[in-house]
Design a protein around this ligand. Structure first.
Ligand code: PHE
Length: 475
C-alpha cells in the first residue's frame, strides 16, 4: 500500500512544495494590502510574533501527525483522536471552499498576464487599471474561461501525483518566482518617492495598536495561518509523504521563515511602488491594490511597463498555482487513503478530474459574479435572509465561511486536540523517532500548543467574525 501512495523524491522537494503551498496570493496580494490598511509596521510586528508563537507551533504539530499516521487530514484525525473525525472532515471541506475563489483570483492573474503580454507585443492597452479591472469583471464569460484554464492546469499537475506532478512543478516554479520577485522589487524601491513606502513598512509606529489592538491582531492572525496554509489539512497531508529520516522542526522553521520573507518581499515589491506613484491612498486601497493600483504603476513606467507587468502577474500566477495544487491534493489524498483502507487500487487521474470539475462548478458562480459587479449575490442573500454585507459579493461570503469561520475554528480545535487529547508528547515522539533529531524546543512547543495557541485563536476567531460581519465589537 505504501508504494501506491508515493513519497517525496527528496527533502528539498518536500520543502519547495510546502513553501510553494504557503507562498501564494496570501503573500503577494493579501499581505501588502492588509499591511497597507492596518498600520504598516505595527501589523508587521504582530504578524511576526504570531508566526513564531502560533504558526510555527501548529505547523510542527500538523507535519508530525501526518507523518506519524502516514495518512491525510481525515485519516489522521480518525486514527489519533477518536470522536474528532469531523475535524478532519472540516479540513477537507475548507480546501474545497477556498479553491472555489482561489482559482478565480488565479484566473484574474492569468488574464492580467496575457493582457500585459499582449500590450508588450501590440501596444493595444489604452485604459487605466480601474477600467481594465472593471471590464474584466463585467465579462463573466471571459472570467469563467480563464478559471477553466487555471483548473485545467491544476488538474494536469495534481494527476501526476506527489513526486512526478507536484514536486516537479514546485522545483522549477519556486526558484523562478523568487528571481522574478527580486527583479520587481529592484524596480519598485528605485522609483522616485519609494522611500515613503519603506518608511511606512519599517519605521516603528505603534499608534495603530493603541487604536484597535484586537482588530490588528485578528487581521494579522487570520493572514498568518492562511499564508502558512495551516488548519486545513495541507501540512498534515504533505507531512504524510515525508520520510522518517527528515528533521521536522528544522523543516518547519525553513518553511515559516521562507513564507515570511516572501510576504515581506511582496510588500517591498508592492508598497513602495504604490506610494511612489499614487501616494498613501494608493497603498491603502485594499484588495484592489494588486489589480488596479499596480497595473497603473506598470502603465506609468512607459515602454518597459508591460515587461514588468507580464513578469509580475506570471509570478503571482505561479504562486497561486503552487498553492492551488496543495489545496487540491488534500482532497485527492483523502480519496487515495480511503481506497487503501478498502483494499482498492486508487485511480488518481479519475479522482483528480472529479475534484477539479466540482471546484470549477463552484468557482464558475464566483467568476460570473465578478466580485459583485454582476449582482449575483444580493438576490441569493435576500432569499436566505443572511446577515452581514459581504460587500455584496459571493467571494466575500465564501471567504467568510472558510477563512473567517472554519479555519480559525479548525486551528483552535486542533490545538486543543493536540495539546490536551492526543498530547504534545506524541508530537515529540514523532519528531525524535529517528533518534538523531532532538526536539530542543519541546518546552516552548508544549507551552504554546496547550495555552498560548488556544487563547490566541479564540481571540482571532471572534475578531475575524467581528471584522467580516462588521459587528463593531472591538472598534
Ligand atoms: N498559503 C496560501 C497563500 O498564502 C493559500 C493557501 C491557504 C494555500 C491554505 C493552501 C491552504 O496564498
Amino acid at each position: 500500500m505504501e508504494n501506491s501512495r508515493g513519497n517525496w523524491g527528496s527533502n528539498i522537494g518536500f520543502l519547495l512544495a510546502a513553501i510553494g503551498s504557503a507562498v501564494g496570493l496570501g503573500n503577494i496580494w493579501g499581505f501588502p494590502y492588509k499591511m497597507g490598511k492596518n498600520g504598516g509596521f505595527a501589523f508587521l510586528i504582530i504578524y511576526l510574533i504570531l508566526a513564531v508563537l502560533v504558526g510555527f507551533v501548529i505547523m510542527i504539530a500538523e507535519i508530525s501527525l501526518g507523518r506519524k499516521t502516514g495518512k491525510g487530514a481525515f485519516g489522521t484525525y480518525k486514527e489519533l483522536a477518536k470522536g474528532f473525525k469531523w475535524v478532519g472532515a472540516m479540513a477537507v471541506i475548507v480546501p474545497l471552499l477556498i479553491m472555489t475563489f482561489y482559482s478565480v483570483l488565479g484566473a484574474y492573474c492569468m488574464e492580467y498576464m496575457f493582457v500585459n503580454l499582449g500590450d508588450l507585443a501590440f501596444h493595444t492597452l489604452n485604459m487605466s487599471g480601474g477600467d481594465l479591472f472593471g471590464a474584466m469583471l463585467t465579462n463573466p464569460f471571459g472570467c469563467i474561461v480563464y478559471t477553466f484554464l487555471f483548473m485545467a492546469l491544476c488538474f494536469l499537475i495534481v494527476k501526476g501525483g506527489i513526486k512526478d506532478g507536484i514536486e516537479k512543478f514546485n522545483v522549477v516554479g519556486m526558484p523562478t518566482l523568487a528571481i522574478m520577485l527580486v527583479i520587481v522589487i529592484i524596480r519598485s524601491v528605485t522609483l522616485p518617492g519609494a522611500s515613503e513606502g519603506l518608511k511606512f513598512m519599517f519605521a516603528p509606529n505603534f499608534e495603530p495598536l493603541k487604536e484597535n489592538f484586537i482588530g490588528v491582531l485578528s487581521v494579522a492572525g487570520g493572514q498568518m495561518f492562511f499564508s502558512l496554509s495551516l488548519a486545513m489539512g495541507i501540512m498534515i497531508t504533505y507531512g504524510s509523504y515525508l520520510s522518517k529520516k527528515e528533521n521536522i522542526v528544522r523543516n518547519t522553521g525553513i518553511i515559516v521563515l521562507s513564507d515570511t520573507i516572501v510576504a515581506i518581499m511582496a510588500g517591498l515589491a508592492v508598497l513602495p511602488a504604490a506610494f511612489a506613484l499614487g501616494g498613501e491612498d494608493a497603498a491603502m486601497s485594499g484588495p484592489k491594490l494588486l489589480f488596479i493600483t499596480l497595473q497603473d504603476v506598470f502603465a506609468s513606467m512607459g515602454q518597459i511597463g508591460p515587461i514588468f507587468g507580464t513578469i509580475f502577474y506570471l509570478l503571482v500566477l505561479i504562486a497561486a498555482m503552487t498553492s492551488a495544487i496543495s489545496l487540491t491534493e488534500v482532497i485527492a489524498t483523502m480519496y487515495v487513503d480511503r481506497c487503501a483502507e478498502k483494499g482498492k487500487e486508487p485511480n488518481r487521474m479519475k479522482a483528480t478530474a472529479v475534484i477539479c470539475v466540482i471546484i470549477f462548478l463552484g468557482a464558475s458562480v464566483i467568476a460570473a459574479d465578478g466580485l459583485g459587479s454582476n449582482g449575483m449575490w444580493v438576490p441569493f442573500q435576500n432569499s436566505l435572509g443572511v446577515v452581514g454585507s459581504f460587500n455584496d459579493c459571493w467571494l466575500d461570503f465564501v471567504d467568510f465561511i472558510a477563512e473567517g469561520l472554519l479555519m480559525p475554528l479548525g486551528a483552535l480545535l486542533m490545538s486543543i486536540i493536540v495539546g490536551w487529547i492526543i498530547g504534545p508528547d506524541k508530537v515529540k515522539e514523532e519528531v525524535e523517532i529517528n533518534g538523531t533529531h532532538k526536539f530542543a524546543a519541546y518546552g516552548f512547543f508544549k507551552f504554546c500548543i496547550k495555552f498560548f495557541v488556544p487563547v490566541a485563536m479564540a481571540f482571532i476567531l471572534v475578531g475575524q467574525v467581528d471584522g467580516f460581519l462588521g459587528l463593531g465589537i472591538f472598534s
